[in-house]
Design a protein around this ligand. Structure first.
Ligand code: TMP
Length: 258
């Protein structure tokens, strides 16, 4: 782990001071939590897998012009990122009904939604991240109307790209959660960046043929095989060598820096 000064510790990651002003080091832990941390476990290798999967997705999103906080991966568990002021919203996109929307609206899991739906939750652990409307966001000043417009536009592009990327490897993108931050450039101009991580912790991913869950629902619902599922996602994305017998931490493609 980085010997730098710790800035923040979350449920699955730690942020350390970066090597230059305006940068941070994001460390991926093996800790898994669910139901607002009422359920906890350590899943060996999860942090390594999420570091690589999130790197892969952020780089690909960057390549299509989506502004992200990602600079580069440093080693097995750490990546260098731009320091942002996190906007206190969890932005959720749903393509197929699963999880909380099923309970809220009485939908059957797996029901295709009439169109992709964006939801906002207020990031506040004490309140278990409640669902909020744009009215709450602007009234309480969590983001401006212009920022919400930009966040929604980026979010739809992220969804389009990720649906295609996962479809190409036989996976349905059911839903996901992303976060955004405000970044101030060296010349003082402010912009919104995609931040945090995108991994099987923050997405629902189902095998296209069998509907097998390849994401954190395996942990939430005690289905077993959590890291195996994350390994499968990484393998299909081409991040892992095709060698199911070797431990994920040993079989990562091109890890010379570690
Ligand atoms: P939900 O159905 O429980 O509201 O979750 C929607 C998506 O958001 C799902 O892909 C899991 C992800 N998610 C997080 O990344 N963090 C969270 O704290 C929660 C509740 C959901």
């Amino acid at each position: 782990m980085s010997r730098r000064k710790q800035i923040y510790e979350g449920k699955a990651k730690i942020l350390f001071e970066g090597p230059e002003p305006g940068t941070l080091v994001q460390y991926f832990k093996d800790d898994a939590t669910a139901f607002n941390a009422q359920k906890k476990a350590t899943l060996n290798g999860k942090g390594v897998l999420n570091n690589r999967i999130s790197e892969h997705i952020m780089i690909n999103l960057g390549n299509i012009g989506i502004p992200t906080h990602f600079i580069k991966r440093l080693n097995m568990r750490e990546q260098l990122i731009k320091q942002v002021e996190i906007i206190p919203l969890e932005v959720i996109v749903r393509n197929t009904a699963a999880g909380s929307i099923c309970k809220q609206l009485g939908l059957e899991e797996g029901t295709r939604l009439p169109r992709s739906i964006i939801e906002f939750c207020y990031k506040k652990d004490e309140l278990a991240d409640p669902l909020v409307a744009e009215e709450h966001i602007t009234a309480f000043g969590w983001a401006t109307p212009a920022e919400i417009d930009e966040i929604m536009a980026i979010t739809l592009r992220v969804n389009d790209f990720m649906c295609g990327m996962f479809a190409g490897i036989g996976i349905k993108l059911i839903d996901f959660k992303i976060e955004f931050g405000r970044y101030t450039d060296k010349d003082g101009s402010e912009m919104i960046l995609l931040a945090d991580e995108i991994s099987p912790d923050s997405c629902r991913l189902w095998d296209m043929e069998t509907d097998k869950k390849l994401d954190k629902d395996r942990f939430r619902r005690d289905l077993g095989g959590v890291t195996e599922a994350y390994t499968e996602v990484a393998t299909r994305l081409g991040i892992l060598k095709e060698n199911p017998k070797s431990a994920p931490t040993l079989s990562l493609v091109s890890d010379q820096e570690d």
